[in-house]
Ligand binder design. Sequence first.
Ligand SMILES: Nc1ncnc2c1ncn2[C@@H]1O[C@H](COP(=O)(O)OP(=O)(O)O)[C@@H](O)[C@H]1O
Ligand SMILES: [Mg+2]
Length: 371
Amino acid sequence: MATGPKVANTREDLLRVEGLTKIYDGAVKAVDNVSLTVATGEIFALLGGSGCGKSTLLRMLAGFETPTKGKIFLADEDITNLPPYKRPINMMFQSYALFPHLSVWENIAFGLRRDHVPNDQIKERVESMLSLVQLGKYAQRKPHQLSGGQQQRVALARSLAKRPKLLLLDEPLGALDKKLRETTQLELVNIIEEVGVTCVLVTHDQEEAMTMASRIAVMSEGYFLQVGAPDEVYEMPNSRQVADFIGNVNMFDGVVEVDEPDHVTVRCDECVHYVGHGISGNKGMSVGVALRPEKILLSKERPQGEFNWCEGEVVEIVYFGDHTTYHLKLPNGKVIKAQEINNTRDLSCGLTWGDRAYARWNDLAMVVVTQ
Ligand SMILES: Nc1ncnc2c1ncn2[C@@H]1O[C@H](COP(=O)(O)OP(=O)(O)O)[C@@H](O)[C@H]1O
Ligand SMILES: [Mg+2]
């Protein structure tokens, strides 16, 4: 047997899913041949629109749904046919309803009591959970005497009290308003990382997935379009669908004119893109060019050269406080969006409705997609 160099053991895979499929009533293919691995301690997000199969996949992991096909392994043990209560997994539901008549303390203790954990151990675990989620002072309160964010933390403490190996979160912050969501997202990540529990998170909110997860699977119609780190799926989407789903994007259709190892050009109706790297395509191929609004610079002066700019009319200005989005109508009627940071208090590029303006971008700003 060959012995390679001793490499420091990086994180092991805790969860492995192979070819998981769920067909409801012999007709609805809710999850379609999904495979994935999640490393110990990782926060992995399933991201996709409503009805794409996120909850079904999560429920199969928890054991509440029987797969039509495929296998689930946890630390190399095949758990596909284990009932939910025998899996070292805990799931926090979309509506994380706490028991209203029980105190915070008793809510957290609930699952442990049900499992007949000895009293002294219950006490120890509840107290450590309370300090973890920083709610020690609130132990005797009832859920309705807490804010939404605090209730959320109690629910998380309850899920973690049984020390699951895998924590499943289904739209955990759905009930919170935007501002509270943002702070709670970071709180949850800190707590999850402190405990070191591995986590699969379901969300339809791309910002939430980006903020919380180390990797994201973008789902559509039951399958994975792309799996990658947040910046990978944002900066290097592998298809129009992913580019479109994650963030805002301007999409151009064109044909590859020059195809060199270190650059390509793509002729579109609106402009010619000069892309500063090679692509896995070839000359004459029809492709899409994805360009994010924040990568476009607007000006009143005509840019030099023949590549990477177009001219249009400002038809809409949407002010967001920290940035402004300009809608530019091009000669062929297409409207593109350009996002300018408001780094001075007067609108920095000085454009107003009806102005002629030039949009320009650099040769590494765009992504060429072939599907
Ligand atoms: N118990 C069920 N019986 C039949 N169809 C279901 C059931 N649960 C979900 N579905 C269908 O499966 C698809 C995926 O649903 P779901 O996993 O809940 O999506 P998501 O969580 O991404 O919104 C949908 O078309 C939904 O209508
Ligand atoms: Mg769902």
